[in-house]
Ligand binder design. Structure first.
Ligand SMILES: Nc1ncnc2c1ncn2[C@@H]1O[C@H](COP(=O)(O)OP(=O)(O)O)[C@@H](O)[C@H]1O
Ligand SMILES: [Mg+2]
Length: 250
């Protein structure tokens, strides 16, 4: 029998801006059912990495495969089909300010399906309940707290029931209580809606709640990759420095 394709696979990915080499040979394999936390300090290239994987930017060299397909070689319509199988939670939620909560969550459904209004309403309500925000349909983003915005962003990313979700700093900017709520929500989603994810974060406590695999990004490469236990007992200096620094800050 054929082995199941990795959901995401990177080989030797490099990315520079001007003369600044942000990513210098990144390789990783994400299998179905796995949540990988990519950690590292501010400005190390976590968001750049996630944008490459999601097909929102292109690597200079190297290969990126999503569901076994080399995304570099895909035509736009095929990329769109792959994108429908993925969800992206942007840093800072990135809601449409002029659209209500309902319309924000309905947006991917209107974009990618030809469902009836009734089907859309049922699905949106199901996902707003899932993130603990039933009855917020008509609110505008400006009327929401930071934690609520994140949760609407999560509902929007999940509403098409993607096979893999990419989270960029889902707990950043939240107070500890809201960060915990969002962390518990993501941990809970793993056992239901979507069991495969890459979570970019500098929040070690949160990463510990959701990840089976961790990778530490440092100077454009992974300084270490492994289970949370392996990372915490790593003797790689860059990993120890990152863990020590984060623990001091939090
Ligand atoms: N579109 C861009 N143009 C130029 N530089 C960029 C661009 N996107 C990111 N960078 C640079 O790449 C580096 C990594 O950024 P980023 O991935 O956002 O870091 P973080 O790990 O904090 O998410 C930073 O030095 C940033 O200035
Ligand atoms: Mg970032």
């Amino acid at each position: 029998m054929m082995k199941e394709q990795p959901v995401v696979e990177l080989r030797g990915v490099w990315k520079a801006f001007d003369h600044h080499e942000v990513l210098r040979g990144i390789s990783l394999v994400l299998s179905k059912g796995t949540t990988l936390a990519v950690m590292g300090g501010s400005g190390v290239g976590k968001t750049v990495l996630l944008r490459l994987i999601a097909g929102l930017a292109r690597p200079d060299t190297g290969e990126i495969r999503l569901f076994g397909r080399n995304i570099e070689r895909l035509r736009e319509e095929h990329m769109l089909a792959l994108r429908r199988r993925t969800g992206f939670v942007f840093q800072g939620a990135a809601l449409f300010d002029s659209l209500s909560v309902f319309e924000n969550v309905a947006y991917p459904l209107r974009e990618h399906t030809s469902w009836s209004e009734g089907e859309i309403t049922d699905r949106v309500h199901r996902f707003l309940s899932l993130v603990g925000l039933p009855g917020t349909d008509s609110l505008l983003p400006a009327e929401l707290s930071g934690g609520m915005k994140k949760r609407v962003g999560i509902a929007r990313a999940l509403v098409l029931e993607p096979e893999v979700v990419f989270f960029d700093e889902p707990t950043a900017g939240l107070d500890p209580t809201n960060a915990r709520v969002v962390g518990e929500l993501i941990a809970e989603l793993r056992s239901g809606v979507c069991d495969t994810a890459i979570v970019v974060t500098h929040d070690i406590e949160f990463a510990g709640m959701v990840a089976d695999q961790m990778a530490i990004l440092h100077e454009g490469q992974f300084a270490a990759m492994g289970t949370p236990g392996e990372i915490h007992s790593s003797n790689v200096p860059a990993v120890q420095a990152f863990l020590a620094g984060e623990l001091l800050e939090n």
